[in-house]
Design a protein. Structure first.
Length: 246
């Protein structure tokens, strides 16, 4: 199994793959350059917190995916940038023959696990639940996205105060944008009210997602069909530690 870190300005990727990923960095650089060139002539694409309805080069898949996700989630296109980058990277690895790869771009994850199950740990800032639980994904034929938004951790902007809002979807681009949208709605005078508001928001995206996990302090709520949640502290699960992405 190959492990690699790719650091390109804002892009901070931890990668695990069953194939040599050395060429992936050049691929990601090319996609980042497409995005930079587009932003240079479409400034609103970078700064808007709402969907931006502008034409894009039909050859630019990163721009198309970000616009699509933005429109689904009703957020700015940059809310999908990390998940989109992860998704495109996984698609490139799959084209090159990978059956098991995980691209974790600052907590926004795309992965393929055709031949083995996999655990993704859940980081939720100062919550007592943080790093104690993980999603156990059974082997599957197609890539998935697992993206997380937080109002208390990291540099990404959020109107909400959730410690983590994790969204699983078929496309990491869409999961990233929807995690932002739901995270923005995790607001309220009490943690319980804030989490309930987040769940109400999740319902609106039911057709685009597989499941949602919301954590705020000691409050936790789920929506949809999430994979099995396991304790990362139990002895029988320690064998997953090395390949667990947190």
């Amino acid at each position: 199994m190959f492990k690699k870190k790719i650091k390109l300005e804002e892009t901070q990727i931890n990668l695990i793959s069953d194939i040599n990923p050395d060429s992936l960095e050049d691929f990601i650089i090319s996609k980042r350059n497409e995005l930079k060139n587009y932003i240079s002539s479409h400034h609103n694409f970078f700064s808007s917190y709402e969907p931006v309805y502008i034409e894009c080069d039909e050859e630019s898949d990163i721009i198309k995916l970000m616009i699509e996700a933005s429109e689904i989630a009703n957020v700015g296109p940059m809310a999908a940038v990390a998940g989109t980058t992860s998704q495109l990277a996984i698609e490139e690895l799959v084209r090159n023959g990978s059956k098991f790869s995980v691209v974790n771009n600052g907590g926004d994850i795309s992965f393929i696990n055709k031949n083995r199950k996999m655990v993704c740990g859940i980081y939720a800032g100062n919550s007592s639940i943080s790093s104690e639980l993980g999603f156990e994904f059974k082997p599957q034929k197609s890539p998935l996205g697992l993206c997380t938004s937080s109002g208390t951790v990291g540099y990404s902007f959020s109107y909400g105060r959730g410690d983590s809002v994790s969204v699983i979807a078929k496309k990491a681009s869409v999961a990233d944008a929807i995690a932002t949208a739901i995270g923005n709605d995790v607001t309220g005078k009490t943690d319980e009210i804030a989490v309930e508001n987040g769940l109400n928001s999740a319902v609106k995206f039911e057709e685009h997602i597989i499941g949602v996990l919301i954590i705020l302090g000691d409050s936790i709520a789920t929506f949809g069909k999430l994979p099995k949640l396991i304790s990362l502290e139990k002895e029988e699960n320690l064998k997953f530690k090395e390949d667990t992405i947190i």
